[in-house]
Design a protein around this ligand. Sequence first.
Ligand code: CTP
Length: 399
Amino acid sequence: MLKGKKIVVGVTGSIAAYKTAVLVRLLVKEGAHVRVLMTDAAKEFITPLTLATLSKNPVVSSFTKGDMGEWNNHVEIANWADLLLIAPASADTLARMAHGTCDNVLLAVYLSASCPVVVAPAMDLEMYRHATTVTNLKTLAENGNTILPAAKGELASGLLGEGRMQEPEEIVAFVKKKFDHKLPLTGVKAMVTAGPTQEPIDAVRYISNRSSGKMGLALARELSRQGAEVTLISGPIALEPDEGIRTIQIETAAEMHTACMKIFSGQKLVLMAAAVADYTPIKPATHKLKKKDNNTAIELKPTTDILAEMGSKKKKSQVLVGFALETNDEMANAKSKRKNKNLDMIVLNSLNDQGAGFGHNTNKISIIDHKNRITTFELKPKNQVASDIVDKIIQEYFS
Ligand code: CTP
C-alpha cells in the first residue's frame, strides 16, 4: 500500500520523538520513500544521524543548505510529499501550525504543502487538555488536517492520562488506510470491444475498415485505471493492450459475436467501441480466387448486430454503451441508434469533425445519455476522450 509513496515525517520537541525511529523504519519497510524534518528542539530527543540513517535521506532542519544557501527547500519538500506526517507534534508546534507562524523549516513545509497532513500530538496530560491546545487542535482539524488523537497511558512525567503519541505501528496502520481509497470501479466487470473485424473473401483476402483500435484500447486502459476488471475483445490491430487487461483476439464479426455473448451476462458494464462489419461474404472461398477478365461481384449477407442483441438481452443492472460513427444527420442518427439498440449511452463521433475518427490520435465526441441529454466535448487526444467517457459513466452509474 505504501510502496513508492513519498512521506515527509516532521519531528518536534517531545520525548515521544524517540519512537520516530521505529516509525520511520516501519514506513521504509512498507516501501515508502521517507524524508525527515526536525525542529531544533527535536534534536534534543533523538539525533538527526539516527533518522537520516533509517530514512536513507539527509535530515532537514534549516531553511538554508550549503555555501550557496539554498533557501527554498521547504517548497521543494512540500511539492515532493504525498503525505506530511507530524509525529510527535508538540503543543508548541500545534499552536504555531494553528496560527500560521513560520519560523522553522517544518512549519514552512506545512504551510507550503498541498498534500494531506496527519498530526500525532504528544505532550503531558494537562497540556493536552488545556483549552488552548483543544482549540488549536480543533482549528487544525477545521483546516483539513487529520488529527490522530493522543492515547491514554503512562506519560514521561510519571503521570497517567491522555497525551501519549500513538504507537508507531498504529500510526503506520492509519497511514496505510489513508492511501487505501477505493477506486470508483473497483470490483466492476467491464467488457470493451475494439478495432475492426476482417471478413474473409477467400484464403488471402478480406473486407475490413480503417479502425485502429486506439479508442477501444484507451477505454480499456482508463477503466482498468479506475479499478474495473476489464476484458478486451479486439479485432486485428497493430497495438498491444496493457498488461493486466484480459484480451480475447478475434478476426470476424461472427467471432466477435460469439466472444461477446459468451461473457456478456456476467458483465456490469459494456462498451462497444469496435467497428464491426455490417456485411460479410456469403461464401468465402477456401482457396485463392483467380483473376478473371470480366467484372465480378461478391455476394454479402448482413452480420448480427451484436450491440442490438445485447441491448435486447440486457438486465436492468447492466450498463450498455454504444458508439456511432456518422457522416451526415449525425445527432439524429446517433439518437435513434441509442433508442433502437436499447443503450444507456451512445458516444457519437462525426467524420465531419477534423481530427476525429479512424486512425487519428485525437477524437471529438458528444455523449447522448438515456434521457437524450447531450454533452459535447472539444477535440482531444484519445486517452483524454476515454477519460471523459469513463468519468461520465462513473458520474451517472457508479457514484
Ligand atoms: N455494432 C455491432 N454489431 C454490428 C455493427 C455495429 O455491435 N454488426 C455496434 C458498433 O460496435 C457500435 C454501434 O453498433 O457500437 C454502432 O455502429 P455503427 O457502424 O455506427 O452503426 P450501425 O448500427 O452498424 O449502422 P450504420 O452502419 O447503418 O450507421
